[in-house]
Design a protein around this ligand. Structure first.
Ligand code: DX5
Ligand code: ZN
Length: 212
């Protein structure tokens, strides 16, 4: 299991300390939640902060856009060379075009699905995607409760990926902890995002290890 700590639960007053703690603690990716105050009722991180994070680590960045104008934000964050950019299907009229734009920047494209969105609606796009991000909370805030009924959806997605003989990764985001990691692993999840579970613990290395 790959672990992508979400910086949303970090101490923004000590961000460089917390970035170092997750990197030293063995994280595989750094998950960065970008919110615009429109798609979700919250505002988070913009280009200057992402630039500072990118300069301070060699770990791959995993940018999760929760915004209305996806293309604008893709172009804004592409210069920081993240490994992945995820955009929400609920907010994109032209997903195929946006996937190509992300690829042209040399970045791996991913589609994010809200808890109520159907994996069947993106089945035809799977060959174009490096990853699918399944939200297991409603996007906007850290520290929410895991929504159990996303598990059958993850199982259906895994089946589609196997049937199409693809390498598309499955990432789950929201309410992930040591309590539900096993059920997620069994369902075929490749990467978990975890914010509050990791950052509320005194020993961040042990928290990351417990998920792995
Ligand atoms: C929520 C974000 C998540 C969030 C996860 O909109 O996409 O990445 O920070 O935090 P926890 O693990 O606390 O649910
Ligand atoms: Zn996220």
């Amino acid at each position: 299991m790959l672990v992508a700590p979400s910086l949303l639960s970090a101490d923004f007053g000590n961000l460089s300390r917390d970035v170092k703690a997750i990197c030293d603690g063995g994280c595989d990716l750094i998950h960065i939640d970008v919110m615009d105050g429109h798609f979700v009722p919250n505002l988070t991180i913009g280009p200057p902060v992402v630039s500072a994070i990118a300069d301070s680590t060699t770990k791959p960045l995993d940018i999760h856009l929760m915004v209305e104008n996806n293309r604008f934000f893709v172009e804004l964050f592409a210069p920081f060379k993240p490994e992945y950019i995820s955009f929400h299907i609920e907010e994109e009229k032209h997903p195929h075009r946006l996937i190509q734009i992300i690829k042209e920047f040399g970045i791996k494209p991913a589609i994010a699905l809200n808890p109520h969105s159907r994996v069947e609606d993106i089945e035809h796009l799977l060959p174009e995607l490096d990853m699918v991000l399944i939200m297991s909370v409603n996007p906007g805030f850290g520290g929410q409760k895991f929504i159990e009924n996303v598990v059958p959806k993850i199982q259906r997605l895994k089946k589609m990926i196997i049937e199409q003989n693809l390498n598309t990764l499955i990432e789950v985001d929201g309410g992930v902890s040591d309590k539900n990691i096993k059920v997620l692993a069994d369902a075929g999840v490749d990467i978990v995002v975890s914010g509050s579970y990791i950052f509320k613990q005194d020993n961040i290395t042990k928290a990351i290890e417990s998920l792995k």
